[in-house]
Design a protein around this ligand. Structure first.
Ligand SMILES: Nc1nc2c(c(=O)[nH]1)N[C@H]1C(S)=C(S)[C@@H](COP(=O)(O)O)O[C@H]1N2
Ligand SMILES: [Mo]
Length: 314
């Protein structure tokens, strides 16, 4: 993100995607005999390789009245720098990512620290399907049926002590399976953080699946956060550690460029990124732009920030 110029951003955001669409349109007119096996798979079969079925009751916290972004777009246009800095790289470079066995440690200022196997972690609360808008700081957005439960259920189980004021998240960093920090262009492991009250908000989703299946590697398998009112980079992928702490934890993009990526990073059309406007966004799979909404259209979080100058605490 940091390495890009504004023109570059527009170029990489729109051009590869339109080429990609053109390529699909082009392929539609090519006789099957000329295509490889990969092209013959339907888009969803391609996206679902390696995932398993995961069903959940629909949540009342879902965004309604919006078209769900095609799964093939969501799973082939990703930011996951451990698996490449290009948007179409993670789908390819993460495809053999080993996500089992997997352990998540909940620790720090809690009465009940615990190391969870993924299986146990998935049982902490009933899984729900939640349709959320999700907006990247780079001005593209998606609408996805995620599957998970409110992070608050896990935090309550851990019993934060009076000292706990923030939650620090850490992604897996396995140099054998992932790029080096030099190649990725950011320090690794990827780390993120929230204020405890933000983390406790019911919208903050600990996420295990999407589109009725477990998460594919490129979208943060086997467990990630989804924070629909914040820019996408806050939604940390492939989590191995959740630590309750007393001070504001370091966050990867904030460390890389504090004037560009704030600790809060709430979606805010009134606060431009230093190198581009945040007023509009492009929904993957659509042409043209739509207006970006304050808190990405989730006004129910506004109370978390009452009295704060959101241009200063961006
Ligand atoms: N570990 C890790 N988590 C990450 C990232 C990353 O590079 N590494 N990228 C972030 C960014 S910038 C975005 S926009 C979202 C993208 O999620 P998606 O690929 O599922 O759409 O993941 C976020 N979580
Ligand atoms: Mo992002």
């Amino acid at each position: 993100m940091l390495i890009k110029q504004a023109d570059d951003l527009r170029y990489s955001d729109i051009t590869p995607k339109s080429l990609y669409f053109n390529r699909r349109r082009f392929l539609a007119g090519v006789p099957a005999a000329f295509l490889g096996a990969r092209e013959l798979l339907s888009p969803s079969a391609r996206a679902r390789a390696g995932t398993t079925k995961l069903t959940a009751a629909k949540s009342p916290l879902s965004t309604t009245g919006e078209k769900i972004t095609p799964e093939d777009d969501v799973t082939h246009y990703n930011n996951f720098y451990e698996f490449g800095t290009g948007k179409e790289q993670p789908a390819d470079l993460a495809k053999n990512f080993k996500t089992s066995p997997w352990t998540v440690s909940v620790e720090g200022d809690v009465a009940k620290p615990r190391k969870y196997s993924l299986e146990d972690l998935m049982k902490v609360a009933p899984l729900e399907e939640r349709v959320y808008r999700h907006r990247c700081v780079e001005a593209w957005s998606i609408v996805v049926p995620w599957i998970g439960y409110s992070l608050s259920a896990l935090l309550k189980e851990a019993e934060p002590t009076a000292k706990a004021k923030f939650v620090a998240f850490e992604s897996l960093y396995d140099p054998k399976q992932m790029l080096s920090p030099f190649q990725a262009g950011i320090p690794l492991p990827y780390v993120e953080g929230l204020r405890l009250d933000e983390a406790m908000h019911p919208l903050a989703l600990l996420t295990f699946g999407m589109y009725g299946e477990t998460l594919p590697p490129q979208d943060g398998a086997p467990v990630r956060m989804v924070l629909p009112w914040k820019y996408g980079f806050k939604s940390v992928k492939s989590i191995v550690k959740i630590r309750l702490v007393s001070g504001q934890p370091p966050c990867t993009w904030n460390e890389v460029g504090a004037n560009e990526y704030g600790f809060y990073s709430n979606v805010n059309p009134n606060r431009d990124h230093p190198r581009w406007s945040q007023r509009k966004e492009r929904r993957l799979g659509e042409f043209g732009k739509r207006d970006t909404l304050m808190f990405n259209g989730y006004p129910q979080v506004a109370g978390l920030y009452s009295g704060m100058d959101l241009l200063r605490y961006y």
